[in-house]
Each structure stands twice: as structure tokens, then as C-alpha cells.
Ligand binder design. Structure first.
Ligand SMILES: *Cc1c(COP(=O)(O)O)cnc(C)c1O
Length: 379
């Protein structure tokens, strides 16, 4: 089955009770048993729920994995991965990371004796210098947020295979429409399904997808034991979102490309960060591992001031000033004061998140309207 077909049919079967084409929302915590242990595969909804199960199968299918797990948020999914580790274990992570992931690693898990190192991974061979016999996991985000750096998943996977280390990739920005990390050698794919997967800014959810059965068992154990599962209603919404993922992504990419080029020639704009530009430092890798370049763009303004950037985002009318990304509607954000406010200013500036940086999540509206909005705000 090819990707577009998978988004609609992957892992799905018609409802066994009445043949409903969409999986019913099984809004139930528990299931009747005929005799102790005599059930139809479902006992308690933290452990299993038919609607969530249908979604988890869809996750596995679109990422070319074998096992999918749905969580109550992207961070809950990441939390589940880190719980595979023991005190004393070490994790190497990209330095240009979603702020909430950085906060979870440094403010929660460091307290439990897990050590995190945040490094630039544009050069896969650089990682080896940081690997010790305690290194158990490499955490990669690509494209990175908000600087749109591209990390070569295949090269990193060759390093993790050599040292027998797990490789997890946060695929939230790219989605499986653009990039399938398991095919490139990753062990775990993670999503904030809140973003493109759900696609309509109406739910908060996380996902993990793996190929390996042993690893899936450990993660299912953690999912059930820690309990950060998502509910049946949200599972239904995410399933519905997945069915249009490919058509939405196609438009996000088209609009993203047009806006990146518009910004590049605007005289108030300084740098534009978008992996589709030939002069993007990792353009070749992006072209190689992604099928297109997505709808996420960051840029800085020429006046290079905090206030100037705030002024632009306040002036936007169609682009809503909001956290989050990946919905059908266009959003704008100011990382220094919003998504990345939890990262210390020195760390932030080291990775290039300037005070004047603006991040756009380009939606699927008519491109003429989006460009007109950016133009009036910048002018
Ligand atoms: C939003 C986001 C997360 C966190 O997901 P939540 O669903 O908000 O918990 C993690 N990684 C990336 C890249 C994100 O954009």
C-alpha cells in the first residue's frame, strides 16, 4: 500500500458490530466479562481501548512501523521513551530542540540521575566524541525547531547501530508524508500528534512508533504502567486527521515554498530559515531524506530587535499569534518569548534563536491572502 492509501486504510478494519466505516468512539472505561478473564480482548481502557487501538494501528501503518502507541500528549510520549532508561544512563540530544522536550529532560529526568548532552548534530561523526558506555539513547529532532536545521538520520543511525544505542526521532515537523525515520534506521519515531497529524488544532496527543517487538513490549508496559494514554474521543479526532494528512501536507508544502521565497526578497527581512533553499547548509540532506520541505519557516527581521519582531507578529491578521503548529490555519510565533522562553537566554542565542526570530506555521489558506497579510505586517 502506498502512503496516500495508508493514511485512509492503513491498519483499519470496519467495525465488527455494525460495519461502521469509521471506528466508533468507545467511550468506556471498562468491559463486561462473562467469567473472570472472559473478555473480548479489552478489560480496562488504560490498557486497551478499541478506538485508541484503531488509531495506534494507523500510526504504525503511516510510519512504516509494526507497533503504534498513543499518549495524552507529545511530552507524555517522550516521557515514555526516557522511562526505558536507568539512573546513570546518558542521552545525547540535538541542541536545537523543542523547548518542552528540553525542559522535560533537564528539569525532570536529570533529577532522576539521567544525564543529557545537547550538541549540534549536523555532522554525524561529531557525535562519537560524546558517546560513552553509559550512552543508551540518541534523541534527534529534524527539521529542528525553530532553526530548521536538518540532521542526517541515516548517518546518525549508522553511529547508533555501531554502538548499539537506541535512536529516537521526533518526526513532528516533517510527518511521515515527508520523512520516514524507521526506514532510515531509527528505532523509535515520536510525534506530537497535536500538530500535523491531528492537523486541526483541536486536540493534544502524542505517538510512538517502533518496528521491534521487544522494544514495543517495553513501551506498552510503560504506557499502561504510567498511564498517560489519550481518550477515545481524541483518538477518533486524530484518526480523522490522519485521513487527510497527505492532502493537507501537499498544500502546506506549496504554501510554505511560496512564502519562503516571498520573505527572502522582502527588504525588511534578514535571514529566512527553510530547508528548501539551495543555500540552506543542509539542503542536500533535506532533499535526500525528505520528499518535500514542509510548511515551517523561521525568519529574522533586519532591525534585529525583540520589539520589532513583536510588532510584526502583533500586526498579522490572518496568521494567528499562537503557540503550536501544523493546523490548517496559519500561525505565527515569537520563540524568544513563547515556545523557547523556557530555554536559558545563553543557550537560546548559542543555537541562533535571536530575539528578532519569528516562526511561521504556514496553513492551507489561499496563498495570495497569506502573502498579503505578511506584506502588510512587515511594511
Ligand atoms: C509540540 C511539540 C512537542 C510536544 O508535544 P505536545 O503534544 O505539546 O506535548 C514535541 N516536539 C515537537 C517538535 C513539538 O512541536
Amino acid at each position: 500500500m502506498k502512503f496516500n492509501t495508508k493514511t485512509i486504510h492503513g491498519g483499519q478494519e470496519y467495525d465488527k458490530a455494525y460495519g461502521a466505516v469509521m471506528p466508533p468512539i468507545y467511550q468506556t472505561s471498562t468491559y463486561a466479562q462473562s467469567t473472570p478473564g472472559g473478555h473480548k480482548g479489552y478489560e480496562y481502557s488504560r490498557t486497551h481501548n478499541p478506538t485508541r487501538h484503531a488509531l495506534e494501528n494507523a500510526f504504525a501503518s503511516i510510519e512504516n512501523g509494526e507497533y503504534g502507541l498513543a499518549f495524552s500528549s507529545g511530552l507524555a510520549a517522550i516521557d515514555g521513551v526516557i522511562k526505558l532508561l536507568q539512573p546513570g544512563d546518558e542521552v545525547i540530544s540535538t541542541n536545537d530542540l523543542y523547548g518542552g522536550t528540553y525542559r522535560l529532560f533537564t528539569k525532570i529526568f536529570e533529577r532522576f540521575g539521567i544525564k543529557f548532552q545537547f550538541i549540534g548534530m549536523e555532522n554525524a561523526s561529531d557525535i562519537e566524541a560524546y558517546i560513552t558506555d553509559k550512552t543508551k539513547l540518541i534523541w534527534v529532532e529534524t527539521p529542528t525547531n525553530p532553526m530548521m536545521n536538518i540532521i542526517d538520520i541515516k548517518s546518525i543511525a549508522s553511529v547508533t547501530k555501531k554502538y548499539n544505542i537506541l535512536l529516537a526521532v521526533d518526526n513532528t515537523f516533517a510527518t511521515p508524508y515527508l520523512q520516514r525515520p524507521l526506514d532510515l534506521g531509527a528505532d523509535i519515531v515520536m510525534h506530537s500528534a497535536t500538530k500535523y497529524i491531528g492537523g486541526h488544532s483541536d486536540l493534544v496527543m502524542g505517538a510512538l512508533i517502533v518496528k521491534d517487538e521487544e522494544l514495543s513490549k517495553k513501551l506498552y508496559f510503560i504506557q499502561n504502567a504510567s498511564g498517560a494514554i489519550c481518550g477515545p474521543q481524541d483518538s477518533f479526532l486524530a484518526l480523522r486527521g490522519i485521513k487527510t494528512l497527505h492532502v493537507r501536507m501537499q498544500r502546506h508544502c506549496e504554501n510554505g515554498k511560496a512564502i519562503a521565497h516571498f520573505l527572502k526578497t522582502h527588504d525588511k527581512v534578514d535571514q529566512v530559515y527553510w530547508p528548501g533553499f539551495e543555500d540552506h547548509p543542509n539542503h542536500t540532506i533535506a532533499k535526500d531524506q525528505m520528499d518535500d520541505f514542509g510548511g515551517m519557516i523561521s525568519f529574522t527581521t533586519k532591525d534585529d530587535s525583540y520589539q520589532g519582531a513583536v510588532h510584526v507578529v502583533e500586526k498579522l491578521r490572518l496568521f494567528t499569534l499562537a503557540e503550536s503548529l501544523g493546523g490548517v490555519e496559519s500561525l505565527a510565533g515569537h520563540p524568544a518569548s513563547m515556545t523557547h522562553a523556557s530555554i536559558p537566554i545563553e543557550e537560546r542565542q548559542k543555537i541562533g534563536v535571536k530575539d528578532s526570530l519569528i516562526r511561521l506555521s504556514v496553513g492551507i489558506e489561499d496563498i495570495e491572502d497569506l502573502i498579503a497579510d505578511l506584506k502588510q505586517a512587515l511594511d
